[in-house]
Design a protein around this ligand. Sequence first.
Ligand code: B1M
Length: 212
Amino acid sequence: MDLLKDMAEALYKGDAAKVTALVKQALDAGMSAGEILNNGLIEGMNVVGKDFRDGILFVPEVLIAARAMQAGMDLLKPLLAESDVQPMGTMVIGTVKGDLHDIGKNLVAMMMEGAGFQVVNLGTDVPAEKFVEAAKKHNADLVGMSALLTTTMVHMKDVIEAFQEAGLRDKVKIMVGGAPVTQKFAEEIGADGYAPNASAAVDKAKELLGKN
Ligand code: B1M
């Protein structure tokens, strides 16, 4: 168990090399990929999320921790794919059409992965039809949209309408976020959820899928 505790701590500190070494050690010791993921990596990322929310950690530390998480995940992913560990859910995420900002969106994507979600990151400048196509292809439970410009946040509504037109609106929960986006705006455009930051996004996603 100490191995997993050390792993969570190394992840919190953003020590990717140590996380990698500990994941290998845990696998050699016969632990399952699911156990390492849930009790080592996700455990560490949960603390990162809480401390980010509470203003103890800031964006650079979270990005470094997320990189360490990714290093561990790279080793576990092929094993998880073979095993029967079910993700918390699948999220398709992207920055809306016309918008090239992706730092916050990637942070949300990484925190979601850290919480055990499968994330399909569509990148930036994503048109409505691409969100719909990807949600269909990956059988997504959640669609996440990010916008950093007042001129592009309006496209979030277009995406929601595209899901309605495709007859898929009832199949997915839609979450929005980004600096100019508010709870009020989310309600106005008919989104299911809004989150002000990456750790709140994880909480909201779990809430929307009834996984709390
Ligand atoms: Co731009 N930019 N930018 N920019 N940029 C802003 C957003 C701006 C506020 C700066 C300013 O004027 N003070 C302003 C927008 C004004 C407005 O619309 N009201 C602006 C502008 C005007 C522009 C250009 C138009 C500038 C120009 O060319 N004249 C241009 C537009 C390009 C385009 O997109 N088409 C532009 C370009 C750029 C760069 C390319 C140089 C660069 C982006 C690089 C990149 O992302 N790869 C950039 C940057 C870095 C910024 C600022 C400085 C920082 C944004 C950022 O990364 N924040 C920004 C000013 C600012 O915000 N202080 C600014 C850190 C990030 C962690 O926070 O993205 O808010 P944020 O994400 C948070 C939450 O919002 C939330 O969680 C994240 C983590 O906590 N969140 C979600 C985000 N998405 C979510 C989704 C969710 C839930 C939560 O659910 C799905």
